[in-house]
Design a protein around this ligand. Structure first.
Ligand SMILES: Cc1ncc(COP(=O)(O)O)c(C=O)c1O
Length: 405
């Protein structure tokens, strides 16, 4: 049975005081805090088992390689991929999307091909496609969401033409927290020979994620939003697609043979992991996944759903507040503005009460434009969020709003 108080005990940072007040961390959508298991394992790994991977014949290199590759296996099992080769370690979700876009630019996209994006995408799922527009002449087609952040299949259908080759879409908006009906979109895409990349940055830590069930062609996420270290992310790609994709970074480990005249490339996953990989971070991600899965099995998602509902309910009672995606009452993101106060000022004032939230455009400027705001404030929950966090936040917000009265 999931126990939030016991879980909080696993996160040392939650003992911290900010301006003499207990920390209320409501910025997990930006980056989740780290449990002791991850912190200690990384320390212990570096003290006892660390060396470069894949290349040494010595004991430590083999130990380190075992840890690194066992982490790949954990990711594969966690997202229910078919094969370990389908898991590429990257620097993060941004890096993963750039990898896909740049690699496909080589011999997949032709001038005039169309890529569908939704207006809700994070900049990391927009800018790489702008690069491709400039580099190889693709056209970006935009699909709007509704005010709650839902994407309709009809709108995707309408945006699709004979030239559509790719859809890149978020699993869960980092602003509206909406749960997108991806399976029907992916099915439609495949019926029309269109590849689909799913940005799982937010979805991965709040939803059951299964590659065989979802059937997307690519899936990306960042380790740091899943209670793991920064500097590591994952690109999942279906074996039959990834195996024929050209590399986009060159260096050690990604080659089969190099001569003065030519180079041939290694098989996947090595082909996409040029240079010394982020060994420590990848190992840390494996531990974070073990920890996350154990919490999930205890009933984490039910706890998060309860906290989200409580949060949405409590915030509706605050005066002068406008909540975006207010019908998504199980969303782990609560995005809002306050009449007469700038979101940055709200975030700065409640910080003095020990409450950490995010304010700004959340790297979603097209969505901000769609919502007709320049910025919003966003509180987001993690596995350690309890009702008391919500109560302290609401009290701090009330106080800030009174200040602006
Ligand atoms: C939906 C979504 N996609 C992509 C990203 C980019 O993740 P990273 O900066 O870890 O690469 C984020 C980060 O906030 C996100 O929320």
């Amino acid at each position: 049975m999931f126990d939030v108080e016991e879980t909080r005990g696993d996160f040392p940072i939650l003992n911290k005081e900010i301006y003499g007040k207990p920390l209320v961390y409501l910025d997990s959508a930006a980056s989740a805090q780290k449990p002791s298991k991850v912190i200690n394992y990384i320390k212990n790994f570096q003290e006892n088992d660390y060396a470069n991977v894949h290349r040494g014949l010595h004991f430590l290199s083999n130990a380190s390689t075992d840890e690194f590759e066992s982490s790949r296996k954990k990711v594969k099992n966690f997202i229910n991929a078919e094969r370990e080769e389908e898991i590429i370690f990257t620097l993060g979700a941004t890096d993963s999307i750039n990898l896909v876009a740049h690699s496909l630019a080589e011999n997949f996209f032709q001038k005039g091909d169309e890529v569908i994006l939704t207006v809700m995408e994070h900049h990391s799922n927009i800018v790489p496609w702008h690069f491709l527009r400039d580099k190889c002449g693709i056209k970006i087609k935009w699909v709007d969401c509704d005010k709650q952040g839902n994407i309709s299949l009809d709108d995707i259908r309408e945006a699709t033409t004979q030239k559509t080759k790719f859809i890149s879409i978020t699993q869960m908006s980092n602003v509206l927290g909406s749960d997108i009906a991806l399976k029907e979109i992916i099915k439609f895409a495949h019926e029309n020979k269109i590849l689909v990349l799913v940005d799982g940055c937010q979805g991965i830590s709040h939803k059951e994620t299964d590659m065989k069930d979802l059937d997307c062609d690519f899936y990306v996420f960042s380790g740091h939003k899943l209670y793991g270290p920064t500097g590591v992310g994952v690109l999942y790609g279906k074996y039959d697609i990834l195996k024929d994709m050209p590399p986009w970074r060159g260096g050690g480990e990604m080659i089969r043979e190099v001569s003065k005249e030519s180079v041939s490339y290694a098989d996947i996953p090595s082909r996409f992991e040029a240079g010394t990989p982020n060994i420590i971070q990848a190992v840390g991600l494996g531990v974070a996944i073990d920890y996350f899965v154990s919490k999930k099995n205890e009933g984490l998602f039910k706890h998060e759903e309860e906290i989200s509902k409580y949060f949405h309910n409590e915030i509706q009672c605050v005066k002068k507040i406008n909540v975006y995606g207010e019908k998504n009452i199980t969303s782990p993101m609560i995005t809002f503005t306050v009449d007469g106060a700038h979101p940055h000022d709200i975030a700065t004032i409640i910080d003095r009460e020990g409450v950490a939230i995010r304010a700004g455009h959340h790297c979603c400027q097209p969505l901000m434009k769609f919502l007709n705001v320049s910025s919003t404030a966003r509180a987001s929950i993690g596995m350690y969020t309890n009702k008391s966090d919500v109560d302290i936040f609401v009290k701090a917000l009330d106080k800030a709003i009174t200040f602006f009265d």
